[in-house]
Each structure stands twice: as structure tokens, then as C-alpha cells.
Design a protein around this ligand. Structure first.
Ligand SMILES: C[S@@+](CC[C@H](N)C(=O)[O-])C[C@H]1O[C@@H](n2cnc3c(N)ncnc32)[C@H](O)[C@@H]1O
Length: 291
């Protein structure tokens, strides 16, 4: 398949891919921090994919390379990972970061989830972490992934569970709402596939067999963060939140900071561990076998 390094999507076109095209530079600049924070999610994915030395793995919506790089380390020099993403800037960044790490077994390709089409059975397994929520038709993409994997090969995919299990995403947003920050429209949110039955149906609908979904909790460890600075940490990681905060007065931001601190203080599962704030998080982990 060609890799035309597709031109940037029109950010106003209303598709999930357009949102990601607009936010790519931001994500790439923070890729190392995001990889470190989401390490527990990488482990959840690796446990289900169980990549073996010598295997060829397809990773979809790979972003700037995490967790594709961890999979590449597991399959070793005799194996390979094809990392794909619909945003050309992500793929270019991923290639650069793979070179920096000396990962010669990672190839990358610009391809949207909507146009995935590989030679049937080309891969031994397929993965997708925190990507499927943004696809136009997750069942169709899971179907293309199932076709690309040899019979019996594994699928491991993670999506975010529901908002009340993931307060990291909601407390700051709710505080900004409370102080009157303007909303920022996005085509799709991280909670788009938070219904276990729905995501399982998409996986089965794509043809995966022995498919199962499990809600898995994990720690979301934010370095150098306290409840009263969570709003700063999160807005530093989120272009959308920075945009929302731009229009606020110093007083509104202070009030929002207080609301966040109070709410986090009420969360039993939020723990201050030295300089780090650990927030509870939960994903839906999908697994299956290619037919
Ligand atoms: C939350 S990031 C996840 C990146 C990486 N898998 C990770 O776990 O850190 C979502 C990724 O999905 C990609 N993406 C969103 N919609 C897509 C689509 N329709 N086709 C392909 N990639 C898409 C974005 O460009 C972005 O890199």
C-alpha cells in the first residue's frame, strides 16, 4: 500500500481524524511524558497481545510510537511491527523516535483506520491502544485488522471506560464548565466506546472469535502534581483545555483550581505519592483471535 504522507486533514471537516491532525504537534511534543504516564496501560495491552520473538505485529492508530515500541522490543530483531496512523505528522515523528531508540524492526505507514487493507494473514497479531474511539466505524476497522492477521493470531485493543471511572478526564472539564469557560467542540471524545457491550459487538462484528472485554483499573501517575495543580498538569497535556482556559480571567482560573482540588480531595482512590498525584483510571481491554 502506498504511503503518500497524506496532506493534513482540514481541521474544520468535523471528523475525528481532523481533530487529531490539528492536535498532532502538541501530542508529539509531549510524547515521552504521555508514554511514561500511560505505561500501566501498555502493560495491560502487552499481557493480552503476548507478542513473541519473531512475530509480525500490526499496530493501529500508533500515535508517536507508544505502545508500538514496547511491542517491537518484545518481538526482537527477528520480528517486526508495522505502526500505522491516519495523521502523517504522527507517523513522521514515530519514525524519528524509532531511529533515536535504534528500533530497526519498526516500520511505519500513514493509513487511516477507515482505509486499512493488508494482505490477508500478513501479521501474527494486531493491537490498538486508545484509538478505536476515534474511528468512523470501529467494527469495520476491527474487521480489516482480523483479515490482516493469520488464523489464531491475537488482538489486543484498549479503549477508555466510562467517565465516572476516569476522573482525570472529567474533574478539570467540570470545573471549567462551572466557572463558565467556553466549550470546545470535538468530533469524538475519549468516551465514545465506553460501553463494554458495544465495543465487544464491534470486535465480534469485525470477525474476531473468542472475543472478550474486561474493565481493568490502573494508576494514572502524574509527576510533580498536587490536587491544586492538576489543572496545570492537565492543561499542559491537552490543547483543548488550554484553549478553554485562554478566555478565562485569573479569578476564574483560581476558582476552577479550587473546585478541582476539592473534588480530587473527595476521591478516595486519588493518592498523593510524594511529588506525584495518582489518579484512578479504567480502560476496557479487548482481546480475541483471528478466525
Ligand atoms: C489517543 S492517541 C493514541 C496513540 C497511541 N496508540 C497511544 O496509545 O498512545 C489516538 C491516535 O489515533 C489516531 N487516529 C485518530 N483517528 C484515526 C483514524 N480514523 N485513523 C487512523 N488513526 C487515527 C490519532 O492520530 C492518534 O495518533
Amino acid at each position: 500500500m502506498n504511503d503518500p504522507r497524506s496532506p493534513a486533514q482540514d481541521p474544520d471537516s468535523g471528523s475525528g481524524l481532523a481533530d487529531w491532525t490539528a492536535g498532532a504537534a502538541d501530542w508529539i511534543a509531549r510524547a515521552d511524558r504521555i508514554a511514561a504516564i500511560s505505561r500501566p496501560a501498555t502493560e495491560i495491552l502487552l499481557a493480552r497481545l503476548d507478542p513473541q520473538p519473531g512475530q509480525r505485529i500490526l499496530d493501529v492508530a500508533s500515535g508517536a510510537g507508544d505502545p508500538a515500541f514496547s511491542i517491537a522490543e518484545r518481538v526482537g530483531s527477528a520480528g517486526s511491527v508495522l505502526a500505522t496512523d491516519g495523521v502523517a505528522e504522527m507517523v513522521t515523528a514515530l519514525e524519528g523516535r524509532a531511529r533515536e531508540r535504534g528500533l530497526t524492526n519498526v516500520q511505519a505507514q500513514v493509513v487511516s483506520a477507515e482505509s486499512l487493507a493488508f494482505t490477508p494473514g500478513r501479521f501474527d497479531g494486531a493491537s490498538c491502544r486508545f484509538g478505536a474511539m476515534f474511528f468512523d466505524d470501529a467494527a469495520r476497522t476491527f474487521g480489516a485488522m482480523a483479515t490482516a492477521v493469520r488464523s489464531g493470531g491475537r488482538l489486543a485493543a484498549l479503549v477508555w471506560s466510562c467517565d465516572d471511572r476516569n476522573p482525570y478526564f472529567t474533574v478539570v472539564t467540570a470545573a471549567l464548565d462551572a466557572v463558565g469557560a467556553d466549550p470546545v467542540e470535538v468530533a469524538r471524545t475519549v468516551f465514545e466506546l465506553d460501553d463494554p457491550e458495544e465495543v465487544l459487538a464491534a470486535c465480534r462484528g469485525g470477525g474476531w472469535v473468542d472475543a472478550r472485554v474486561e474493565a481493568v483499573g490502573f494508576p494514572w501517575r502524574l509527576p510533580d502534581t498536587r490536587p491544586e495543580t492538576l489543572i496545570d498538569t492537565q492543561s499542559e497535556l491537552s490543547r483543548k483545555l488550554r484553549k478553554r482556559m485562554e478566555g478565562l480571567s485569573a479569578d476564574q482560573i483560581e476558582r476552577a483550581r479550587g473546585i478541582v482540588a476539592e473534588r480530587v480531595g473527595q476521591l478516595e482512590a486519588a493518592i498523593q505519592d510524594g511529588d506525584d498525584l495518582i489518579m484512578p483510571a479504567e480502560c476496557l481491554a479487548l482481546s480475541g483471535r483471528a478466525p
